[in-house]
Design a protein around this ligand. Structure first.
Ligand SMILES: [Zn+2]
Length: 106
């Protein structure tokens, strides 16, 4: 399976990469955002609101990643049953999110 084929209704490799990138950005900016909010405002209430907003964003981003459909097989890229694996390969058909090496292209 290469990256040029796609099943209707599925997401492209780039869309899945973008969703994963958004999740990582939300995840990695959580503590700095909470710290910065507390530092700048000095308000526990505002910081709590920032923390809750970030958690909601993380939940949305996590669901978006989990709901990504593989362009190769059309199944959920990261989920098999209720188990979620956020690896860089489809859990069903092993399609990789990494760019193909020149020797792998046909
Ligand atoms: Zn697949």
């Amino acid at each position: 399976m290469d990256h040029s084929q796609q099943i209707a209704g599925s997401h492209t490799i780039d869309q899945i990469r973008t969703r994963r990138r958004c999740l990582w950005i939300v995840f990695l900016t959580y503590l700095p955002a909470v710290w910065l909010s507390l530092r700048l405002t000095g308000s526990n209430q505002i910081t709590l609101a920032v923390a809750i907003i970030w958690l909601v964003l993380a939940a949305v981003a996590g669901v978006m990643v989990s709901a990504s459909r593989c362009p190769g097989c059309g199944k959920l890229f990261h989920m098999q049953g209720v188990a979620t694996s956020w690896g860089a390969r489809c859990v069903h058909c092993d399609l990789s999110l990494k760019p193909l090496k020149p020797t792998e292209r046909t």
